[in-house]
Design a protein around this ligand. Structure first.
Ligand code: NAP
Length: 458
């Protein structure tokens, strides 16, 4: 029997959870776990929870925006830290019903441990007062920080956070302020040991504050603050990995910590909640460095952008078509002519299987590799699948000189080739849509496309 797990939210297509949990399941040899992303609207939540509670093969699910708070009254039980924080990001189905957890706190504590952050009796700042800020505040309370100040223009939200968290920690004093100037030595004589950034400011979708101030200008106000000689700057954002906040913090001599480790640790803890076993720590490294697969139509740029991206990352590069030629001892047109496409797709599948869990590798796939259902499932589960696209006319021109070497376009007139490209693109669109995201290379240099992939990936 398959066991079922999911991530629920709306929107959900951006979620990294299916690829993270698919990758974990594969590495750990858990072959019966089916992990899916489900778009659930607020009005569908109660029904989903009730149904999942009854499903005997349901293991649990991850919860993301906008359900992290509203799910609590629908569950049978909630762990203490999730109650205090007022947000659940993991649900486990047990004999006694559905229990909610917040594994973000754990992710933050593990991140502090990894970086040797010691906070007992020290002072810290949290920028923002949303759900993630609540988890940071709870973790700082657990670490016995002396004082935690929330910096946010939204004082109402800050006060609600303090009312929820303060009663759990007698050694830590939580306060709030509206402006950077309230944190300067003239107003607060303390030196800070940590500043945690828990707003989305600095993600590519949020380059500016609501007042239109660019993230780097906003965070340059760190300059006026007094930090201890060893002090940390922790940005919860994990995409991109290097943020304007970290850049400004580094200029001030703070020790930078990005959000990726927290994301990975909360996922490993989710696994423990569901299966009772904590995956080995090195799995975190596999997640961080799991391979990047480039897919897309022939001519979309896989063979040019792939090696470039690998070089920039310092990773290995594999081109599956070249490996197939080596393995079969025949050229690709010969394989198609003498053995047929099905034979080609089978060898392609075995080559991809071989590299699917190879960390620090960029893998350029053949244009039609996703057609094979086994390959498709494997790629969606295991890797970071990136689609390179271009408009049909651009593809036609890029492929003009090499069409005769390409079995699917050889021996066609110009007009037939154009039509063939368009029909193949249309046919493959549903499988191309399985990619985590697409990069349109039509009017980009290979360097620009590689840069865009790096920015969008973890
Ligand atoms: P949230 O509940 O919506 O809270 C966002 C906070 O940021 C609020 O204080 C909000 O202020 C403020 N804010 C929103 N847009 C802003 C802007 N343009 N400039 C300045 N402040 C802004 O979100 P969340 O769940 O706390 O998530 C916050 C960030 O943490 C996200 O980037 C998320 O990706 C990251 N995160 C990372 C991890 C991880 O594992 N690394 C886990 C969870 C979250 P208002 O109160 O005025 O709206």
């Amino acid at each position: 029997m398959t066991r079922k797990a999911a991530v629920i939210g709306k929107p959900i297509s951006h979620s990294l959870s299916p690829s993270i949990f698919g990758f974990l399941a594969n590495r750990l040899g858990v072959t019966d776990l089916e992990y899916t992303a489900k778009e659930i609207a607020p009005e569908e939540l109660a029904q989903f929870v009730e149904r999942f509670g009854r499903e005997l093969d349901g293991v649990g699910f991850n919860v993301t925006i906008p359900h992290k708070e509203s799910i609590i009254p629908l569950l049978n039980d909630t762990a203490i830290e999730a109650q205090a924080i007022g947000a659940v990001n993991v649900v486990h189905r047990t004999q006694k019903g559905l229990k909610g957890y917040n594994t973000d706190v754990y992710g933050i504590l593990r991140t502090f441990e990894k970086h040797g952050v010691s906070l007992a009796g020290k002072n810290a700042i949290i920028v923002g007062a949303g759900g993630a800020a609540r988890a940071v505040a709870y973790a700082l309370g657990m670490k016995n920080a002396a004082q935690v100040i929330l910096l946010t223009p939204n004082q109402e939200r800050a006060h609600a956070l303090i009312s929820a968290i303060q009663p759990h920690f007698k050694n830590t004093r939580f306060e709030s302020c509206k402006d950077w100037s309230d944190l300067k030595p003239e107003k607060k004589s303390e030196a800070w040991s940590l500043i945690a950034q828990s707003t989305p400011l600095g993600m590519s979708s949020q380059p500016k504050t609501r007042e239109g101030i660019p993230a780097s200008d906003y965070f340059s106000q760190l300059q006026g603050l007094k930090f201890n000689s060893e002090a940390w700057a922790f940005d919860l954002i994990y995409r991109p990995e290097w943020t304007p906040f970290l850049e400004e913090s580094k200029k001030q001599g703070l020790l930078p910590i990005g959000g990726l480790n927290m994301l990975i640790e909360q996922a490993l803890e989710t696994w423990r909640v569901w299966f009772g076993i904590k995956p080995a720590a090195e799995l975190g490294d596999y997640l961080r460095y799991r391979p990047i697969f480039l897919t897309g139509f022939m001519g979309a740029g896989k063979s040019t952008i792939g090696p470039l991206l690998a070089r920039e990352l310092g990773w290995a590069f594999v081109e599956t078509d070249q490996e197939i030629v080596r393995e079969a001892g025949l050229s690709i047109p010969e394989i198609f002519r003498l053995k047929g496409e099905a034979y080609f797709r089978d060898i392609e599948n075995s080559v991809i299987q071989k590299h699917a869990f190879q960390p620090r590798t960029v893998i350029s796939l053949g244009g039609g590799s996703l057609i094979h259902p086994k390959t498709r499932d494997l790629l969606v589960k295991t890797g970071r699948l990136v689609l390179l696209s271009a408009d049909p006319e651009t593809l036609y021109h890029r492929l003009k000189s090499t069409s005769d070497d390409r079995p699917l376009l050889a021996q066609l007139s110009e007009e037939e080739r154009r039509r063939k490209i368009e029909s193949l693109l249309k046919e493959r669109e549903p499988v191309y849509n399985l990619a985590a995201f697409r990069v349109d290379t039509t009017s980009k240099t290979p360097e620009q496309a590689a840069q865009e992939i790096r920015e969008k990936l973890l």
